[in-house]
Design a protein around this ligand. Structure first.
Ligand code: DC
Length: 223
């Protein structure tokens, strides 16, 4: 099996680019953020503060999180319910970032992620894929962009969907999530030593996709 780990901060375009690359290469795309988002959503639904460690750990004991693929598209099931759309809400992003600090939550989701790589050619995106989940991945990419350009892209994306977007609030949110994700003790966001760094601040989406696919193809040739 061939595995590609793509890590990087929120809003760097990981999911859009990884999804496209997976389609092009015929690989399965695994969005691991969806797993943390599901735990965050479960907490919000149960009225548990996502920052309350004991409360969150208790929630993980009452739920199951699974991934399934429908026509090649990932769907995430929270205790059997398809929550793929609900987990995209802005309040769930912050809850996911908070619950992801908790080592028990990370342990709860680790096996599921590793098992997927055993039986599939995959492109997996997240924060700790190249460092913790798949340290032996065949290709590791750290995809990043300045916080300002990530906030701008997110604002445009939301407005295109007809949703209201306050760019300054989005930028504050991104900076806060970056801080939380890079400063946590367990599996913080950081580039693996052997990761290829791709900074998309000055790139278009098409250029970023090409840079990622080129990097993966080189890895395939190497193997
Ligand atoms: O990629 P995303 O924005 O959907 O991720 C939501 C949160 O989940 C993110 O702020 C940090 C956490 N996360 C993580 O800790 N490890 C991963 N592999 C993926 C996401």
């Amino acid at each position: 099996m061939f595995s590609v780990a793509i890590d990087g901060p929120a809003g760097a375009g990981k999911s859009t680019i990884a999804k496209k690359a997976a389609e092009e290469l015929g690989y399965i795309y695994v969005d691991t953020g969806a797993l943390y988002r599901s735990v965050g959503l479960a907490c919000l639904r149960k009225g548990t503060d996502p920052a309350d460690k004991d409360g969150v750990v208790a929630v993980t004991k009452e739920i199951s999180v699974q991934l399934k693929y429908v026509d090649g598209q990932q769907r995430v099931l929270l205790s059997g319910e398809d929550v793929s759309d609900d987990i995209r809400k802005e309040e769930v992003s912050m809850a996911a970032s908070l619950v992801s600090k908790i080592p028990e939550v990370r342990a709860f989701l680790l096996d599921l992620q590793r098992k997927l790589a055993v039986t599939n050619n995959i492109i997996m995106d997240g924060r700790d894929i190249g460092t913790v989940v798949l340290p032996d991945a065949d290709v590791k990419i750290f995809l990043t962009a300045s916080a300002e350009s990530r906030a701008k892209r997110r604002t445009i994306q939301l407005r295109e969907k007809g949703e209201e977007a306050d760019e300054q609030a989005i930028l504050r949110d991104i900076i806060q999530r970056d801080y939380q994700d890079t400063h946590r003790e367990t599996a913080p966001l950081k580039a693996a030593d052997d990761a290829e760094l791709i900074d998309t601040t000055e790139m278009t989406l098409t250029e970023s996709e090409k840079a990622v696919v080129d990097c993966i193809r080189k890895g395939i040739e190497r193997k």
